[in-house]
Design a protein around this ligand. Structure first.
Ligand SMILES: NC(=O)c1ccc[n+]([C@@H]2O[C@H](COP(=O)([O-])OP(=O)(O)OC[C@H]3O[C@@H](n4cnc5c(N)ncnc54)[C@H](O)[C@@H]3O)[C@@H](O)[C@H]2O)c1
Length: 301
């Protein structure tokens, strides 16, 4: 079934360049009316004009996602013009790479602010509206640097993983309102990555190839609570899992036993993806109650 966004309204932040521009164009090409947000308002206007030139509808908006009031104004402008916001793609981002020992805390805060609070501000501005209409699709842009770490990116890694936590809980809270929230970890050749990739990788890493993941996650048929990875036409999923672990009880040498059993604790056979945080303690309490001998049957994955 072809995905269409006819009659839908989407906000894409950081849409003046790179991935955001590709996402905005892809959504508009499938019929979405798009609010093209970017701190660089000239770039946002260019993308708006590109969309209109292709026969689509768009508004350009120059709000910084870190500016709550400006973000609220952007959402109000969309509501006044089109009466709804159905889709929010949180994509705006910056880098301030340095090893942690050389990093200024101002650079740490700036990165946290744009990625984390920028996404929070935008989501907060649309959330109650989406909840009232019982419809919403929200995408948070995470990164492999957050999921798996990367040298020189402690600030960025912390911010990108914070977005995964935000997604996990909003996906749970949004369920009752038909708001579906997912994370996307892209890889693409953009201004942000111009020094990172080798020349031959650049062609394959076209940003437009990532936008297919945005179309899927923004669609009516979107999943909920996924961490989707996308780049060069490949798509993967990251999972936050919990292993079955071992029960060691409360003896005086538990710490020593734990070190001895690290491999058994890490064993991924039968690992679970908890549906929410409290499943950890439910599992642990059940296991302790059963003497730790066997994995409680009700907790089998
Ligand atoms: N390119 C990759 O391989 C890659 C990998 C992982 C994650 N990401 C993430 O994807 C997103 C897009 O990255 P990109 O590679 O297209 O980068 P980019 O630098 O090409 O584009 C980012 C855009 O965000 C805008 N922006 C920055 N701060 C803003 C703010 N406060 N308010 C509004 N707009 C702002 C910039 O002006 C720019 O146009 C980012 O969140 C980035 O962290 C990219």
């Amino acid at each position: 079934l072809a995905i269409t966004f006819q009659g839908r309204v989407a906000i894409v932040t950081g849409a003046g360049a790179g991935l955001g521009r590709a996402h905005a164009l892809a959504l508009a090409d499938r019929g979405a009316r798009v609010i093209v947000n970017d701190l660089d308002v000239v770039a946002a206007l260019e993308v708006r004009d590109m969309i209109m030139g292709r026969g689509g509808e768009a508004i350009a908006d120059g709000a910084s996602v870190t500016d709550k009031t400006a973000v609220e104004k952007m959402v109000d402008a969309g509501l006044r013009r089109w009466g709804a916001i159905d889709i929010l793609v949180n994509n705006a981002g910056i880098l301030r790479d340095k090893t942690f020992s050389k990093m200024d805390l101002a650079d740490f805060e700036a990165v946290m602010n744009v990625h984390v609070m920028g996404s929070v501000n935008c989501i907060k501005a649309v959330w109650s509206h989406m909840a009232e209409r019982r419809y919403g699709r929200i995408i948070l842009t995470t990164s492999s640097s957050g999921l798996y770490g990367n040298f020189g990116q402690s600030n960025y890694s912390a911010a990108k993983m914070a977005l995964v936590g935000l997604m996990q809980t909003l996906a749970i809270e949004g369920q009752r309102y038909e708001i579906r929230v997912n994370c996307l970890a892209p890889s693409a050749a953009t201004a942000m990555t111009d020094k990172l990739y080798e020349n031959e990788a650049l062609a394959a890493l076209d940003a437009t190839r990532v936008s297919a993941a945005v179309l899927a996650l923004a669609s009516e048929q979107a999943p909920n609570r996924r961490i989707l990875l996308a780049g060069a036409g490949s798509f993967e999923q990251a999972n936050i899992t919990m292993t079955r672990g071992v029960f060691l009880g409360a003896g005086s040498d538990v710490a020593e036993q734990l070190l001895d059993q690290l491999d058994a604790i890490a064993d991924r056979e039968d690992e679970m993806i908890p549906g929410c945080g409290p499943e950890q303690f439910r599992y642990e309490v059940l296991r302790a109650r059963s003497g730790g001998a066997a994995m409680p049957s009700e907790m089998r994955g």
